[in-house]
Design a protein around this ligand. Structure first.
Ligand SMILES: Nc1nc2c(c(=O)[nH]1)N[C@H]1C(S)=C(S)[C@@H](COP(=O)(O)O)O[C@H]1N2
Ligand SMILES: [Mo]
Length: 179
């Protein structure tokens, strides 16, 4: 291989991890930012919500949320966030349950614009203390969320490790029923 091609190859290899971590601070994530959140699937009324629309629901102010990674390490501390409970949005959309046991088979998928997904079960949301702490975030210190998180994000604050279900650039909430 000639030296030039070799240098190009090395440069590209060096860039790999940078591209893989494109969502981290300092990189341009403006292309991933979502301006609206849809709620659809097994609901009576589909919703399309902007951050302003979310203000119509009871506000949940969180002084401090610690985002923890898989090993329990603190990834970051979110301060001064405002959001709404996911279950308040689901109640507005009204889940479809044709048969009494349908809800126990129902799952709620939070989908981001980079196709990152996190799953909740209906039982977890409505029949455990986790549900109360699943928040759709839309403001920090009263201002819109920054590009590295998007205008709308979701977090499950009662999780042991809050990182994995901190869904940045939240785009869609899909309600599905398993077989
Ligand atoms: N949209 C989106 N959200 C995401 C991810 C992602 O790749 N895309 N990674 C998740 C993972 S695995 C972790 S640990 C946390 C870490 O980032 P944070 O400190 O910004 O929460 O973000 C989560 N949210
Ligand atoms: Mo993670």
């Amino acid at each position: 291989m000639n030296p030039l091609r070799r240098r190009t190859l090395i440069a590209l290899l060096a860039l790999g991890p940078v591209l893989a971590r494109a969502h981290t601070a300092g990189t341009d994530t403006s292309g991933l930012v979502t301006q609206t959140l849809s709620v659809g699937g097994r609901v009576k009324v589909s919703l399309m919500l902007s951050p302003d629309d979310l203000k119509a629901y009871p506000v949940q102010n969180q002084a401090e949320i610690t985002v923890k990674g898989r090993k329990g390490e603190t990834l970051r501390v979110l301060k001064g966030y405002s959001g709404v409970k996911l279950i308040d949005l689901l109640d507005k959309a009204t889940l479809v349950a044709a048969e009494p046991n349908d809800l126990k088979k129902t799952i709620v998928v939070a989908i981001a614009s980079d196709d990152y997904k996190a799953v909740f079960s209906w039982s977890e949301l409505y029949n455990t203390s986790v549900g109360e702490g699943v928040l759709v975030l839309y403001a920090k210190d009263g201002k819109p969320l920054a590009d590295d998180e998007g205008r709308i994000a979701l977090i499950s604050i009662n999780d042991l490790h809050t990182g994995p279900r901190h869904v940045r650039w939240l785009k869609d909430i899909q309600i599905r029923k398993i077989d």
